[in-house]
Design a protein around this ligand. Sequence first.
Ligand code: AN7
Length: 376
Amino acid sequence: MIKHKFLPQPYKGILHKYWEWMPPAIQWMGKEKIITLFEGNTCLWRAKNFENYLRDLFPYFHSEVYWKLEGENRGSGSFKDRGMTAAITMAAARGKKVVICASTGNTAASAAVYAQAAGMRCLVVLPEGNVAPGKLTQSYRHGAKVIQIKGNFDKALEIVREVVLREKDKELVNSINPHRTEGQKTAAFEIVDELGEAPRYHFIPVGNGGNITAYWRGYKEYYIKGRSKRCPHMIGYQAVGAAPIVLGRAVENPKTIASAICIGNPAKWEEAKAARDESSGKIDMADDEEIMAAYALISELEPVSCEPSSAISVAGVIKEIKRIPRDIYIWDGCKIVCTLTGAAWKDPDAAKKVFVKDPIVIDASYDAVMDVIRSN
Ligand code: AN7
């Protein structure tokens, strides 16, 4: 086949696209070793109805709001896929046969599909009863060994860290894995590529702190190499019952409806704080009620959806607009990006509770259906 250099090349995932932005540790193994599920290239949605909603709350609001729809990642439906293509590629290239992770659900689902693609065994350790069913079934479906513990995520992470210390054949693919950060930073690249500049504010959910760290690295690298003229302020949000970084101390029994970010002792605590401080940003918290209100609002206003934990970045924007006195200036015509980290179908229970009100169930007849239609 003749390869013409001016023909557009098919999209092959974030490592191919941003190869020259990867560190030598990844580049040494060569592009042909890449394990990709065509992750990345996700939509940056201009949320105009949400902007109008904010203008109703505060008449002087005239900024642009964009939602980065990371639930669209083609690997497993969350931002984790960007990091996992890098982590699994590296593990496979170094001859590892087994990967392991602790997870609130999305890391496990992502590890399962990428390990399958690489022909590796995958072990996932999850907090029993606190993983959304969509994520849990993904791990099972793609052949991971699913180990549910009677404890929380923090305990699970502690256990898998000990496992990899003792058993060198197993690769840890939690966000402590440095390659994860390199993959996840590409979301920031996509945003700057599309907007032509970095936004002034970037709102993002914070659990382990891996993603805020990765975005911050991406924005910094683009800035240093002259691709953008500024870096955004990173505005992280944690759930009230699981806000160790906001409180400045580990939370022993984290509790929140946002199960993905139900984390009391973040693995990337220091890095997340550095992202906050270097960017003159902040990490704050929203309660379960605010999270679920934002979760419902997102789909009411826009033809877009996400899982509850992702909605906290939108809840954060609403909080900042309502806050008096204001401590960040997000209203005055700047660009704001929120990351919606995971897909809505991950958590069908939450969707049902919030959206399916008063279901109409009637006799199976034309007349009965018409009665309902006429009664508007
Ligand atoms: C949808 O899967 O930690 O601050 O083990 O699934 O980088 O941890 C998931 C985290 C935000 C928080 N949104 O990101 C896991 C896990 C969703 C998530 C976060 C997660 P980090």
